[in-house]
Design a protein around this ligand. Sequence first.
Ligand SMILES: O=C(O)CCC(=O)C(=O)O
Ligand SMILES: [Fe+2]
Length: 241
Amino acid sequence: MKSDLDYEALAHQFWKQGYLLIENFFDPSLMDEYNQAILDHYGVDPAFFHNDEFLQKASTEVIPWFPQAEGCTLFNQVEQDGRLGFLTEKILGEQWQALYCMTMFSKKGTKGQAWHQDCEPDDASQFNVNRLVYTHDITPQMGGQTLVVPGSHKRGVITVGEPDEVFVDQLVISPKKGTLLLLHGHAWHRVLPVNGQYRVSTNYRCMPKGVAESVTDICVYRNMRYKFETNTVVEDRTATA
Ligand SMILES: O=C(O)CCC(=O)C(=O)O
Ligand SMILES: [Fe+2]
């Protein structure tokens, strides 16, 4: 477990790149506990949560679970990690707020996630930050790597185009068990198709002071803006391209 962190330098890096990757951040045995709890929750063949329209239009096949909302106290441990809190404070300022903890499960042979921004980038001050915790290794053989375009958190709305386009400046991240990945909600990111048995990630979302709790309700894809609260396409971006 890492303890000798230069928080100032890490926060600077986050703001420059729109993401921050720290390997071996979490204790491997805690990661094993998390991974088992997640697998126990989903079981062997979980059903999709989103409706068919979303699955098809968003080219995104992940099943979310909000363990803390169901009283699963194991998931408080990462939330209460002093180093994570301190790093978050260095990045977002003293009065940052936690949003929710969400795990995401992908079955073998599913698409992963298309390019997206977690929230609308029209106002640079309104954003979430993902604090992603990986509880098992994600390898090139298994697929499911996380892709990000460095610096794209400052580039405004993601371009209209193919959901799985290869960007020349994309970075492919293969997180290992215990890796922490911080990702700005306006950064362009996606998840590659999953060939391994399964893929899971756990996300402790947060935001700066003054951002509405509904900030992640509308997600921006290359072909649409989608509102989760009502399960509706609120903008067809291909129509105006
Ligand atoms: O699971 C990942 O690696 C990234 C998931 C994602 O897009 C998100 O948490 O917003
Ligand atoms: Fe995302």
